[in-house]
Design a protein around this ligand. Structure first.
Ligand code: SAH
Length: 214
């Protein structure tokens, strides 16, 4: 039944709204979103919205995951830095695109359950680190692509520095109530920004939490 709902989600929410890339559509079509949710939320797995996960965070809306993935323009041989692992759902979609992923999450609880979700489903081309993602992951920089899954007024400079020349960074930018999903390409060291659409994400928060609320 959920498989039917997933097919329906791809057709209505993604194709219906203009997601064109067949590889992105196929990738999302292969990831069971219910596996990234708790038992109460599973029946809503293919609803057209973000849903609650632990630590007062959300799993992104399928359309946003598709749009961000498409905006990264992936051909499958890239290394992607993901900032804000959350449930691991977006991570799984990136892995289905064939790329390698380094994912950063500030909540230990989320990082652990995302890692469990991904391992259970057989995804292994991914490393999750519990750090303040605003600092990026210098040890593996530079990255071909960077995906920021939480809203920030401006692109944090360490992330920009860790993007390869010719690379693309996708992030929700702007004030909390006026966010715009942007794709920024690094051309000759400068930012070429393409505004994609208005959006609403949880904030990118500096530092690590003192205690994780479970
Ligand atoms: N795309 C994810 C949802 C991301 S929600 C999914 O599909 O499930 C945004 C995530 O960013 C949250 O888990 C939040 O804890 C994390 N986050 C916020 N600020 C962060 C920071 N500075 N470093 C790392 N992760 C951060």
């Amino acid at each position: 039944m959920l498989e039917g709902q997933r097919r329906d989600m791809v057709a209505r929410q993604l194709v219906g709204r203009g997601i064109r890339c067949s590889r992105v559509l196929a990738a999302i079509g292969r990831v069971p979103r219910e596996e990234f949710l708790d038992l109460q939320s599973r029946r809503d797995a293919y609803a057209d919205r973000a849903l609650p996960i632990e630590c007062e965070q959300t799993i992104s809306q399928p359309y946003m995951v598709a749009l961000m993935t498409e905006s990264l323009v992936l051909d499958g041989c890239e290394t992607v830095l993901e900032v804000g692992t959350g449930s691991g759902y977006q991570t799984a979609v990136l892995l289905e695109m064939g790329v390698e992923v380094i994912s950063l999450e500030r909540h230990q609880v989320l990082a652990r359950s995302a890692q469990n979700n991904l391992s259970r489903l057989g995804y292994d081309r991914c490393m999750i680190h519990v750090v303040d993602g605003k600092q990026g992951w210098p040890a593996a920089a530079p990255f071909d692509r960077i995906l920021v899954a939480a809203a920030t007024e401006h692109c944090p400079d360490p992330l920009w520095q860790q993007l390869k020349e010719g690379g693309v960074l996708v992030a929700p930018l702007g004030a909390p109530a006026r966010q715009t999903l942007c794709a920024i390409r690094k051309v000759g060291g400068t930012q070429q920004t393409h505004e994609i659409c208005a959006c609403r994400f949880v904030p990118l928060v500096a530092g690590l939490p003192d205690v994780d609320v479970v």
